[in-house]
Write a protein that binds this ligand. Structure first.
Ligand code: AMP
Ligand code: ZN
Length: 111
């Protein structure tokens, strides 16, 4: 996808502050964090959102959740974190390359 900002990050054509990378998955800091720790975890493969995934993506989607836990450990937020994805513009999705938000680092409950 030529105009996809996250595909550009995957290809090294746009900058990102990476915290995890393997052959299938990339995680990097959100450019406009809405939590003390705010990471985006994406498949390198372009999928618009989770609705665009199919059975062949089952292992990839599971792997992303396990990577979220690994990144949470790495960033010391295992005491409380959220992993979520927005599906469609009505839900607030702005970037149409599947991404999971990993948020944490609050001092007390969600403040
Ligand atoms: P969503 O509403 O789930 O589509 O959220 C898109 C997220 O991507 C927002 O939290 C943005 O701050 C973030 N974002 C957009 N462009 C970039 C970028 N180039 N690098 C890092 N994060 C980005
Ligand atoms: Zn993309």
């Amino acid at each position: 996808m030529e105009d996809c900002i996250f595909c550009k990050i995957v290809k090294g054509e746009a900058p990102a502050n990476k915290v995890w990378e393997d052959d299938e998955v990339l995680a990097f800091w959100d450019i406009r964090p809405s939590a003390p720790v705010h990471i985006l975890i994406i498949p390198k493969k372009h999928l618009e959102n989770v609705s665009a995934a199919s059975n062949e993506d089952q292992a990839l989607l599971g792997k992303i959740q396990l990577i979220a836990v690994e990144v949470a450990k790495k960033l010391n937020i295992t005491d409380g974190f959220k992993v979520f994805t927005l599906n469609g513009s009505k839900a607030g999705q702005v970037v149409f390359h599947l991404h999971y938000h990993l948020q944490g680092g609050w001092k007390e409950k969600n403040d």
